[in-house]
Ligand binder design. Sequence first.
Ligand SMILES: Cc1cc2nc3c(=O)[nH]c(=O)nc-3n(C[C@H](O)[C@H](O)[C@H](O)COP(=O)(O)OP(=O)(O)OC[C@H]3O[C@@H](n4cnc5c(N)ncnc54)[C@H](O)[C@@H]3O)c2cc1C
Length: 423
Amino acid sequence: MATTDAQLNTNWSGTIAYRAGRRVRPTSVEELRSVLREAPSVKVTGSGHSFNYVADSENGWQIDLSGLVEPPVVSADHSTVEVSGGTTYGALVPFLAQEGLALANLASLPHITVAGSVATGTHGSGARQPGLAASVQAVQLMTADGDLRWFDRSDPRFPALVVSLGALGVVTRLRLSIEPEFEVRQDTFVGLTWAQLTAELGTILESAYSVSVFGRWVGPGPDHIVLKSRTDQRSDAPVLPGAEWIADTKHPSWASGEPSEKVTEQGGAPGLWSDRLPHFRMGFTPSSGEEIQSEFFVPAAHGAAAAEALLQIGERIAPMIIVSEIRAVAADGQWLSPTYDRDSVVFHFTWRPDTAATSEAADLVQQALAPFDPRPHWGKLFTYAGRLDAAYPRLDDFEAVRRELDPSGAFLNDFLRRHVASD
Ligand SMILES: Cc1cc2nc3c(=O)[nH]c(=O)nc-3n(C[C@H](O)[C@H](O)[C@H](O)COP(=O)(O)OP(=O)(O)OC[C@H]3O[C@@H](n4cnc5c(N)ncnc54)[C@H](O)[C@@H]3O)c2cc1C
């Protein structure tokens, strides 16, 4: 079986160096099984778009699943699609679009793998849109003993199986719910003040299918606000009281100099879901490329107060910010989901790629958000030191499933030992 160099030595932005005793790319289920039987410890890397050591294999083996990717398979009734453990949204989305089918929601970029995304609780935006994990109907897992099993929603352990941080086994296949294709228009607004935003934050975040507020916590107000509306759900042009509609397409970081060619079309022109739901186009480097990201989730009811707390520290954190984004995400039932059991307002930060200075800025954000019961994004930088059981109330339930499915801890790494494992 192939030991390969063509794998990830760093994360996507080069800010995390992955350690690996050996890098392997199995090309059959049997090869994957023998990896799991032979390796002292293992970790799958998806597309390496996380900003911490969640995907690090340390001295164990790093597994690349790209050799096992098969074409997506749509169910006969067109309600689900089955994908491989290494499939990216960049491959799945055009496939579904060609079939006249759609996913309900997407993250800001399509470049990431489905398995890696749902493993960390990746989300898009929408007060009534849960994170991407909510579309997962079933997971096929190869556990450390080489056993290959499907888990679906009827299994009482299912709430641990999707947002699983790669800690339970190798996700070899996923079944996702899909729907008929739909169109979306993106409308961009400028000119709202911070006071107007915080006074109406809940209403603004509920004013379209998906809403993103971009800014840097300084100046008179946010840089711009993007409303993504499904044309099958509303026929009128969306309005944002107090703000001005603009025809331009704006990169999330336009105020930091990023060009609009990297992003999907705005200006109110309807287009297929696949060309409007992500912020970034597949053929371009998403975001800015040289960056670190952090993100924190607070209960929706605290969203405005949390935003006001961030404005208080705006001048101190702004020098490190390329752009910040406020989104809403609906509650789901995955135990380790950052939106488990609570509708949330989410504060994202794209930081300049200086780990020490970014950690200080993230620390300031964590202090400012502390009164609002924040949960960190599992795939982004945070500075909380120990086990995250205060933020994630079902961590012990997740741990019970992890110990059952991976009793030897073959899928543990230092990140999981520190923030998740109870022994
Ligand atoms: C430019 C950019 C924009 C982003 N935008 C968003 C956004 O809009 N919303 C958001 O929530 N996040 C966003 N993120 C974060 C990103 O979605 C997450 O970090 C996601 O986990 C990345 O997926 P990946 O395939 O790169 O996974 P990786 O980072 O490679 O892995 C993540 C975890 O999944 C595990 N894993 C991966 N595949 C498997 C498998 N087959 N079996 C078992 N375990 C597996 C890994 O071991 C690891 O624990 C963004 C990141 C970047 C760089």
